[in-house]
Ligand binder design. Sequence first.
Ligand code: NAD
Length: 523
Amino acid sequence: MSAVIQIPIDENEIISYNPATGKELGRVENTSAEEVKVAVENGRNAFQTWRKTSFSERRKLIMKAREIILAELDEIALLISHESGKPVAEALSMEIAPVLDLMQYFARNSEKLLKPRKIGIGLYGLLGRSSKIIYQPLGVVGIIPAWNYPFSIPLGETVMALMAGNTVVLKPSELTPLIGLKIGEICKKAGIPENIVQVVTGAGATGAALVEAVPDKIMFTGSVATGKKIAEAAAKNLTSAVLELGGKDPMIVFADANLELAAQGAVWGAFCNAGQSCSSVERLYVEESAAEKLTELIVTETKKLKVGIGTDENVSVGAMSSERQLNIVKDHVESFEKDGAKLLTGGKSDGLFFEPTVVVNANNSMRAMQEETFGPTLPIATFKTEEEAIKLANDSEFGLTASVWTKDSAKGKRVAERIEAGTVCVNEVLYTHGIGQTPWGGFKNSGRGRTHGIEGLMELVQPQHIHVNKLAILPNAWWMPYSKTAVETFRGFARYFASGSLFQTSKLSPQLTKRIKELLKKK
Ligand code: NAD
């Protein structure tokens, strides 16, 4: 392993490197703002036909795309490993398998999930009115993902957008453009018609151009800083954006937890994807009486991990994605030491590889316990009471995920409900992004809106309310012209009809009859 310098962006092209070896993987176009605009226009035109396709046509195409992925399974896993630095094992377990599951789920269930829904409208129903909600697609969905799950996140969002009847313009991260293009290729091979899924490659400027081109929705995954820029730019056109931002996952371990399992969970939660998951365990709070034992178990587990090039099947921790990311990790480890915390194992880097690092005596006043690290560090702090654990976990600008470990399930659920995070697991860690059925998204600065689940699907449609009067033979009592009788009737509406009670409303009948007669006479 040797030092690697990455210079991925040129004026006209992006060079894709393997972060583990420094080897060039390929060059792709740096799409201009004008070309991005054309892509959005093409997507909008294509939307007019795509929106009319049936759920079963869409389902067939998505299921075909799944078959293509399965046929090219090892090739895709290798590409993910090469371009992102993660082990092939994780390309398979944390990207390909979950997105294949998401694909079959939304291919098979979107029709049911987006089925028109009748709404109970109380006493209005007795007046012969009916209401239902239908879900209309939005148009062009602009997807701007990060590099850390470069296959599963954008592909999952693409599939959901398509099943809901939208078209997609995807701008992959500049660190993983080949994987983005692979998604486009899979869609094409599956027979998804032209301009339904378009991939534009480039860096931040291309992403900004996509926002400027006014898609009908933006699905963004990345840092808080970029999320704020996108929200600001999108607001100019009132474009709605789902923002999936950073995290600082707290893991709370009570003394009554299965400590062996908690230690293994912590090690995977902190070090998988070389710690570059938005839901990586970045703060571990353990009850004081169990701290020594848990720490010992964690250090033992950590020392078993092999760091190296992700194509070696025995490697658990691959390369970091970029020098920028590596430098943040180095800075945080240094700052932990400066602030009085202690490294028990790890702490060193070689090229873009950083050893899994366990830190003890950490506390929330330390900078590295507040900022997102996004690297293979596991800082451990202690607590004395349940109340203190909750307070420490919530003492963060982030609120994406968290976990609580205890054998007392009532306590687990009680604590989980008090943690300010979009997902809280009890005796589980990190992996729920892999369950396409469940919503994903953050509280506080971890984001706005949701991906996955019914909530995520709802982000990709606009509800339309269809209201029908089946007794359209008489004028409505609240219509014009107004009169003394009208005002008296409206008082009755307030007193009786608005109570929601049929019995109360029946008292309004004589006044209502008078008012209707008045309206009919005035005709
Ligand atoms: P980033 O914000 O630097 O970049 C994300 C994407 O935005 C890239 O495609 C980039 O090219 C694009 N971009 C940059 N500037 C832009 C601009 N002005 N306008 C439009 N697009 C622009 O983030 P990153 O370094 O790629 O990813 C790491 C971050 O992503 C971490 O904070 C991590 O927690 C977060 N993340 C969150 C989730 C989640 O689900 N909440 C998932 C994965 C990663």
